[in-house]
Write a protein that binds this ligand. Structure first.
Ligand code: PGA
Length: 247
């Protein structure tokens, strides 16, 4: 294992999912007030839905903001309702004043996926780097689609999804056979270069992985433990997700 220094993780426990979502939105709104052209790294999944609703409801302007999503399925048509592009369109792009040219998400249908990964890294760099990355966490500890065993210094790349991830995401498809097997994801190295990290976890189903994340030693087997190497990483939890923490 090799990564930089360890820093104390900031942990905030909110009473419930609504409060967690409001708190995440408040952090992003504050950033946008300071820096209207902030570069936001954004997640998909069930957890951030309340955050997007709260952000949209606040009426904050995203007219100058730039967004980069963490990941996208490989080979799923962009118009498929479960592509992460479609998710973002429903949750954010269609509901705010974000400009289409400022919404970035890996192209899961690029003819040369490896070149697409390089292009994506370059686009993040050209935007001046990520000001904040919001993250969910998988039951196996994945962040983005960085599954257990992903290197701390990984960049944006093509990855195989863990079976556990495909099973978890099957709820969005009519059967597990429809869940793509591969994706493009920002790497852990890419994520760690952001100026701030904000990981959201909600519900008792995440309590065990949250305990490993907050109280365990950093290990590549639990990708989310990479947050310990970031100088400004916050974990936002509701009481259920925090229920196995010692304090
Ligand atoms: P979820 O997914 O928010 O749907 O639980 C989290 C993740 O897999 O990162």
């Amino acid at each position: 294992m090799k990564a930089g220094s360890r820093y104390p993780l900031q942990v905030e426990v909110l009473p419930d999912y609504a409060a967690l979502s409001e708190r995440a939105a408040a952090i992003v709104i504050e950033l946008l007030e300071e820096k209207p052209d902030a570069v936001l790294g954004l997640p998909t999944g069930g957890t951030p839905v309340g955050f997007y609703d709260a952000l949209v409801a606040s009426g904050v302007s995203l007219a100058r903001a730039r967004t980069f999503n963490l990941d996208e399925y490989l080979g799923l048509p962009r118009t498929h309702p479960e592509s992460y592009y479609s998710f973002m369109k429903r949750m954010l792009y269609d509901r705010t004043d974000l400009r289409p040219e400022n919404c970035h998400i890996p192209d899961g249908n690029a003819p040369d996926p490896e070149a697409e990964c390089r292009r994506y890294e370059e686009a993040i760099r050209a935007a001046g780097g990520l000001d904040i990355v919001l993250l969910g966490v998988g039951h196996n500890g994945h962040i983005g689609f960085n599954e257990p065993g992903s290197p701390w210094d990984g960049r944006t790349r093509v990855v195989e999804l863990a079976e556990r991830t495909r099973e978890a995401n099957a709820r969005f498809f009519s059967s597990i056979d429809e869940v793509p097997r591969r994706a493009i994801t920002m790497g852990i190295g890419t994520i760690l270069e952001a100026r701030r990290l904000l990981l959201l976890a909600s519900g008792s189903g995440k309590a065990l992985i949250v305990q490993r994340l907050v109280e365990g030693e950093p290990t590549e087997e639990v990708p989310a433990t990479a947050l310990h190497f970031h100088p400004d990483a916050t974990v936002l939890l509701d009481t259920e997700a925090a229920s196995l923490l010692k304090r």
